[in-house]
Design a protein around this ligand. Structure first.
Ligand SMILES: NC(=O)C1=CN([C@@H]2O[C@H](COP(=O)(O)OP(=O)(O)OC[C@H]3O[C@@H](n4cnc5c(N)ncnc54)[C@H](O)[C@@H]3O)[C@@H](O)[C@H]2O)C=CC1
Ligand SMILES: O=C(O)C1=N[C@H](C(=O)O)C[C@H](O)C1
Length: 269
């Protein structure tokens, strides 16, 4: 036994779940103490190390989040919106830091997180990488400096298994652009263009999504006006960047008061 914070990974068999389990297991700053999957998943009841193709590590995959969270100081959760809301309630009960990487939330999901954050620390971000969080700040600054004659478009590309669009990152970038420009994002969003759409609405922030192959995640913020364009770009080539950020957030949250935080808080940006 050590004093290192114990961490549970939900959605342990997922693309991010596997990366997170490996990142926490390899860390000298935390212990991997639990792995959760949905009921009926073939990994339930099996040793995580073995099902991941390595040596047994003594972590048995469970579908009982309360049992897993009660032994932990933090939960890292990259699953699906409805699962994340349920995990937030249980993490609040267990007083665990809840790091949420899940994207695709609707307003009702986000509203449901609020009462949980009265009892536990929640760190939530559509992208946990340092690069994207810096890009978000740059986007806010550039949007602040330019007037509405500069059209803003957020273009994102992801792998063909991604289920939500626009990506959580695209929404983060769009929100930062709207804040920089001093407008409401929801009232000024233009997305899903198809057919005779009419001319672009002046001052709108546009979103386009590409899905294909194994693209990890690419985001452009385009500022276009008559005669010139600026493109701010981030390209992720390895999911380890998200896992490293999530682990950093789980450790950062250990001595914080209950409430909702994001990666800007964690990174001090
Ligand atoms: N914030 C960030 O930096 C990043 C966020 N993401 C987001 O993370 C989420 C997951 O992405 P992927 O790993 O690619 O998806 P995935 O589909 O590979 O994995 C999701 C996992 O969650 C599990 N799951 C679903 N419901 C569950 C439940 N009720 N209980 C336990 N496990 C449950 C599934 O069985 C699956 O193993 C997505 O929303 C994605 O957009 C992905 C990468 C980076
Ligand atoms: O689903 C993914 O893969 C990713 N999701 C996040 C998002 O929705 O922005 C972050 C990253 O781009 C990968």
């Amino acid at each position: 036994m050590t004093d290192l914070p114990g961490i549970v990974i939900t959605g342990a068999s997922g693309r991010m779940g596997q990366m997170l389990c490996a990142t926490v297991a390899a860390s000298e700053k935390a212990r991997l103490v639990g792995a959760v999957e949905r009921s009926g998943h073939p990994w339930i009841g099996r040793d995580l190390g073995e099902v991941s193709g390595g040596q047994p590590n003594g972590v048995i995959v469970t579908d009982d989040p309360l049992e897993a969270f009660s032994k932990a100081q933090a939960v890292i959760d990259f699953t699906a919106p409805s699962a994340t809301v349920e995990f937030a309630r249980i993490a609040a009960q267990a007083r665990c830091v809840h790091v949420i990487g899940t994207t695709g939330f609707e307003k009702a999901h986000l509203d449901a997180l609020e009462p949980c954050a009265r009892h536990a620390v929640i760190v939530r971000a559509g992208n946990m990488s340092l690069g994207v969080n810096l890009l978000t700040q740059l986007t806010r600054k550039v949007a602040q400096a330019l007037d509405a004659d500069w059209d803003i478009e957020v273009i994102e590309a992801h792998h063909n298994k991604k289920v939500d669009a626009p990506s959580g990152t695209a929404l983060m970038l769009g929100r930062a652009a709207a804040e920089g420009r001093g407008i409401d994002l929801e009232e000024n969003t233009e997305s899903g263009r198809d057919g005779i759409t009419g001319a672009r609405k002046h001052g709108a922030i546009g979103f386009s999504a590409i899905r294909g192959g194994d693209i990890v995640g690419e985001h452009d913020v385009l500022f276009a006006t008559a005669g010139e364009r600026i493109v701010l770009r981030h390209i992720a080539t390895d999911r380890a960047i998200f896992a490293r950020g999530a682990l950093k957030a789980a450790l950062w949250g250990q001595d914080k008061k209950p409430g909702q935080y994001d990666m800007m808080d964690v990174l001090g940006l």
